[in-house]
Design a protein around this ligand. Structure first.
Ligand code: GTQ
Ligand code: FE2
Length: 338
């Protein structure tokens, strides 16, 4: 019995520039359609035996759709989300977990986080004249080891009514008002009923934390470090049963305390160019870059003082992890290593 977790996975960085180039190449040579459901390139942790797994529990991929393309409807027990670092288009979730899909078209724009709990029908459509890329996070490796996966094909074609770009999805109109639960809704299926967490709200929450800190009222997790967890508006729990998602903003001249935790995370740099440290690795990272933090490897981020190319003037990091699994099994532990 090891004294502490020694992950099989290793800290690793994938440059967005390379992922995007490969995805664009795939756009030219790999078709999307029934049976070849998605054009997605999975991040394979180099220490996991060639499997397309970013960590022992988490799948992370860059997905790419050409103008006018449809990724066909299907559903699976694996929980999933999308996060958009650049571009816009449409994502059609497809209503619910019933026998037939009841499509709710959800627009995707830079900074939006879009959870989609297992067994919901879903298809994607690019309604714009530009290709679009985004990242997918799923619990595919976790469900693989648990032997819990089911999958079904949906309709071969989505309807024309669903092939549109609405300003807001039905889910946002029903669930997207802070602190207000619709009385019309009874039991809620597992996972968040809110299908899009818009960037403007995330950005405002982080800015407000930093303003509160400046005024001497706290609000941040540590000096210069604002952070939020995406949560289920129905019950306040994690957005998905097996995955947690967070957003972190580290201001100029600040450094986060090195923390190690059981469970693994994947980060994507949303904005800013700065230094992150995972275990014995340190990387200078920039917009779109993705990296993994294996179980019990210390993580910290440092934002240099001075000029920045970042919109928020800070280092902005999107993070997802398998924390809900560890918490449910009471295996969660955390330690600050400084
Ligand atoms: O978009 O439905 O990266 O089913 C892997 C599996 C994306 C998706 C992935 C999927 C999807
Ligand atoms: Fe899927």
């Amino acid at each position: 019995m090891p004294a502490h977790p020694r992950s099989r996975a290793v800290p690793h960085l994938w440059r967005w520039e390379n992922l995007l180039r490969l995805a664009a190449q795939a756009g030219d040579i790999v078709p999307v359609g029934r049976g070849g459901e998605r054009r997605a390139i999975a991040l394979a942790n180099p220490a996991l035996g060639g499997r397309p797994f970013a960590t022992p529990t988490l799948w992370a991929a860059i997905q790419y759709l050409m103008p006018g393309e449809d990724a066909p409807e299907h559903r699976h027990t694996q929980h999933a989300f999308r996060f958009v670092v650049e571009g816009s288009g449409v994502w059609t979730v497809v209503g619910g977990t019933g026998d037939t899909a009841d499509g709710d078209a959800v627009p995707m724009r830079r900074g939006d986080f879009l959870p989609q709990a297992g067994w919901n029908w879903h298809a994607h459509h690019n309604a714009t004249a530009e290709p679009m890329a985004w990242i997918d996070g799923l619990d595919i490796p976790f469900q693989y080891v648990m032997e819990s996966q089911f999958f079904e094909f949906g309709r071969a074609e989505i309807s024309d009514a669903e092939r549109i770009t609405p300003q807001r999805s039905r889910s946002e109109r029903l669930w997207g008002h802070p602190g207000l639960r619709p009385l019309s809704v009874g039991a809620v299926a597992p996972g968040s009923p809110l299908l899009a967490y818009k960037w403007e709200n995330t950005d405002a929450a982080l800015n407000d934390q930093l303003l509160l800190e400046k005024e001497g009222y706290g609000g941040t997790v540590e000096p210069g470090h604002a952070a939020v967890r995406f949560s289920n508006p129905h019950d306040g729990t994690d957005v998905l049963p097996t995955m947690r998602a967070e957003f972190h903003r580290v201001t100029r001249g600040s450094e986060t305390a090195p923390v190690r935790e059981t469970g693994s995370s994947v980060y994507q740099v949303f904005d800013g160019s700065d230094t992150v440290t995972v275990g014995d690795k340190s990387w200078s990272v920039t917009r779109g870059d993705l990296f993994v933090v294996p179980s019990w490897e210390p993580f910290s981020a440092r934002s240099e003082a001075g000029d920045t190319d970042s919109d928020s003037g800070a280092l902005d990091l999107f993070r997802f992890s398998d924390a809900p699994v560890f918490e449910a099994l009471q295996l969660d532990r955390q330690e600050i290593t400084r």
